[in-house]
Write a protein that binds this ligand. Structure first.
Ligand SMILES: Nc1ncnc2c1ncn2[C@@H]1O[C@H](COP(=O)(O)OP(=O)(O)OP(=O)(O)O)[C@@H](O)[C@H]1O
Length: 236
């Protein structure tokens, strides 16, 4: 299996007044191509800090983050922007859809930023919306869709640039439990079909159980990495 993410002895310390907060306190792990990994922990455990380091949104105090063979901690801002655009898709808790655009235009937006022509953009957006089973909602605006449908648009948008890696931060945090399960099943399915690597951060152990491996984090440390073979075996 190909290694896509390698984190080595990662530390992130924040100074708050006189105190030093160890948001990440020596974290090491590896993630392989095609894996769905969940990082689970309670509030303040260091999940967002870890995700921010993986996405290159913040610099670590110490340690290494190697993604697709490249050292994130050594890149400057410009290199990081390019790296994210070429390699990474994001799914957010609050969807981050533009209210003035319909589903298809929202999904096509990252392609527009890349300078792709309209016909090609719309064709790819259509394919992605088919993949997330929103064939009938392509012309709907965000306020004409349910939360679950909006997050499906979010998933389609994260996939449209065909990134190797997808980061999801509490992707179902704004959804009821039934809809959350639907979105999780969809993400699991899409990741498998497209052989993507998905890293999801959540405080919800039940949602984490959709992942192939579950990283339990507490006080900035990985307590254990749980193999979730049962679930994988069941569905493959
Ligand atoms: N910019 C910052 N300055 C100071 N302390 C911070 C900063 N960001 C995070 N922390 C601290 O680092 C620790 C980890 O925070 P983090 O946001 O990573 O937790 P989390 O697991 O994502 O929590 P939540 O689920 O509530 O979002 C916490 O103790 C937090 O107070």
């Amino acid at each position: 299996m190909k290694r896509v993410i390698e984190v080595k002895e990662l530390y992130k310390l924040y100074r708050v007044g006189e105190e030093v907060v160890r948001a990440l306190n020596g974290v090491s792990f590896e993630v392989y191509e095609g894996e769905f990994c969940a990082i689970v922990g309670t509030s303040g455990s260091g999940k967002s800090t870890l995700l921010n380091m993986l996405a290159g949104l913040e610099k670590p105090t110490k340690g290494e983050v190697v993604i697709a063979g490249q050292h994130m901690e050594k890149m400057n801002e410009e290199e990081l922007v390019r790296f994210r655009r070429e390699n990474v898709g994001f799914i957010f808790q609050s969807f981050h859809l533009l209210g003035t655009m319909d589903a298809r235009e929202n999904v096509a937006l990252p392609l527009a930023f890349r300078g792709e022509g309209r016909n090609s953009r719309m064709k790819k957006a259509d394919q992605m919306l088919d993949l997330v089973k929103l064939q009938k909602h392509k012309k709907h605006f965000p306020n004409q869709m349910s939360g679950g449908q909006q997050q499906r648009v979010g998933v389609a948008r994260a996939l449209v640039l065909d990134p190797k890696i997808i980061f999801a931060d509490e992707p179902t945090g704004n959804l009821d439990s039934r809809t959350s399960e639907d979105v999780m099943t969809l993400m699991q399915d899409v990741v498998r079909k497209q052989n993507k690597t998905l890293i999801m951060v959540t405080h919800d152990v039940q949602l984490a159980s959709y992942a192939d491996r579950i990283f339990h984090i507490r006080d900035g440390k990985i307590l254990k990495i749980e193999e979730n073979r049962e679930k994988r075996g069941e569905e493959s």
